[in-house]
Design a protein. Sequence first.
Length: 143
Amino acid sequence: MKDIPLVPISAGALLIALVLFVLIGKRTQAADANISHITAKEAMALITTNKGAKNFVILDVRTPNEFAEGHIAGATNIDYYAPDFKERIAKLDKKKTYLILCRSGNRSGKSAAFMSESGYTGLFNMKGGMMGWEFDRLPVSRK
């Protein structure tokens, strides 16, 4: 096996890299602190607890076609793939609590992270998305 030559790194460069690593880690931890990752059953309990509350929003970030195939009753649809997605999210009230979901939890996780970095604090990401919701046989609206 061929040896890979080591490149010398100055103490200053090492210190800068370490500081950046710590700062990025703290920023990620702070953003994650604003997001609770919950299951579909926990989401249902959250919805039940907040039924009729004006400060609670179910935010479905799937495409309009996915949304039309079945969604949680009362959900607001903002398409993650829409060109104006970030602008539409930025118009939402930062004081409200958001349950964010998609098909599997990927887009909603990214949306929650973006919202957290933008100053939103009451964020719940539904792990497993609508796939988990339907797997648990929870109610689906097609209206």
